[in-house]
Design a protein. Structure first.
Length: 155
């Protein structure tokens, strides 16, 4: 939060009253919701030092045939894989360096198509992913139905 010449980081539940005609701006540093209330708003009395910027959507990627094939991933973006936690040794560490990886918490023998879809949908929704990159068209179609707030992109 920046009000006048003061800057600070606000925490969950914080609020700030700002008097009229006082310069202020705010930026989300994490996945947060910032709500601004105003008694009256008019573009005529809004003076912008910088233009408002488009926020980059929170993206995540499948591993097989997406991350593993060299798709350029956002820095520190999650990888959500249908691979079992027993398959951690099958992931190339150079590809995933700097990315959190979410393995399916089931054994190899328990793996099914439905369990993979359920796992990916659960993580996409829990992590509030806005764009997910997937190569399998059947998984894409299933995720579109289960993840209404996420754009599922076929790679």
């Amino acid at each position: 939060m920046e009000v006048g010449k003061k800057k600070w980081v606000m925490k969950r539940g914080d609020f700030q009253h700002i008097l009229p005609n006082v310069y202020h701006r705010f930026t989300g540093l994490t996945d947060a919701e910032i709500v601004e209330f105003s008694t009256q708003h008019s573009e005529k009395d809004s003076y912008r030092k910088t233009q408002s910027e488009k926020i980059i959507p929170r993206r995540a990627y499948d591993y097989d045939e997406v991350a593993s094939k060299g798709i350029k991933m956002d820095f520190n973006a999650p990888i959500i894989t249908g691979r079992s936690f027993e398959q951690t040794d099958t992931i190339n560490p150079r590809i995933v360096k700097g990315h959190p990886i979410y393995f399916n918490p089931i054994t190899r023998n328990e793996k099914t198509f439905d369990k993979e879809v359920k796992w990916k949908a659960e993580m996409i929704n829990r992590l509030k992913i806005e764009e997910f990159y997937e190569d399998n068209v059947d998984i894409v179609n299933a995720l579109v139905k289960l993840c209404s707030k996420c754009k599922i992109i076929k790679v």
